[in-house]
Design a protein around this ligand. Structure first.
Ligand SMILES: *[C@@H]1O[C@H](CO)[C@@H](O)[C@H](O)[C@H]1NC(C)=O
Ligand SMILES: *[C@@H]1O[C@H](CO)[C@@H](O)[C@H](O)[C@H]1NC(C)=O
Ligand SMILES: *[C@@H]1O[C@H](CO)[C@@H](O)[C@H](O)[C@H]1NC(C)=O
Length: 174
């Protein structure tokens, strides 16, 4: 009996030693992707294509969506290093240059986030049938914001993010 228990404890130790606990991670510095955003309080629904360059600190977003029942299309280029944003309107045939005051925010899991669970989206019964992801949550008390983030275990690719703010309601992107 004792032997059995100590054996199972040894096994348990071996298993926990092999399975590494996920750590907050940073997404690859160069990415292109597709994002959809739902923001009910602002009556805003957006579908966008983005190009993300964390090395050059620049982001290009081409978005189309609906805001307060009005559809819009916007093409923006944000150069965080220079502190400049360009807004291109193909309909108006204009390009507006404005100052960009916010700092560059890399795609990453904040260091003080808490791991909720590691799960498989899909199935684990065969290779390629499931996606291993980590669910994280955290808080930014200064802004009264809670967030829930799902990123892949391999590659640290963002899957979805939910922000819940006392002031602005919730914003979901995936
Ligand atoms: C939005 O548009 C739909 C259909 O065009 C209309 O039924 C609805 O009342 C509008 N909502 C608002 C808030 O204007
Ligand atoms: C395009 O022009 C309209 C009408 O002048 C204006 O309301 C709108 O804000 C402009 N859009 C952009 C993106 O500049
Ligand atoms: C987590 O870190 C961020 C950025 O450093 C900070 O603003 C926030 O207050 C921290 N959250 C908590 C719960 O301490």
């Amino acid at each position: 009996m004792h032997l059995l228990i100590s054996l199972s404890v040894c096994l348990l130790l071996a298993v926990t030693a092999v399975a590494q606990k996920p750590h907050p991670c940073k997404s690859p510095p160069l990415m292109v992707g597709h994002l959809s955003v739902i923001y009910p309080k602002g009556e805003t629904y957006v579908s966008e294509r983005f190009t993300y360059d964390a090395l050059g600190k620049k982001i290009r977003i081409r978005m189309e969506g609906v805001e307060h029942n009005h559809s819009f299309y916007e093409d923006v280029l944000m150069l965080f290093g220079e502190g400049v944003i360009y807004q291109i309107s193909y309909r108006n045939k204009t390009c507006t240059k404005k100052p960009l005051k916010v700092p560059f925010q890399p795609m990453e899991i904040p260091q003080n986030a808490t791991l909720q669970a590691q799960i498989i989206i899909g199935s684990s019964s065969g290779p390629g049938q499931g996606l291993l992801v980590n669910n994280w949550m955290g808080e930014i008390p200064e802004q009264k914001v809670k967030y829930y983030m799902t990123f892949t275990e391999f590659g640290c690719i963002p899957v979805s993010t939910l922000y819940i703010s006392d002031k602005d309601g919730w914003l979901f992107s995936r």
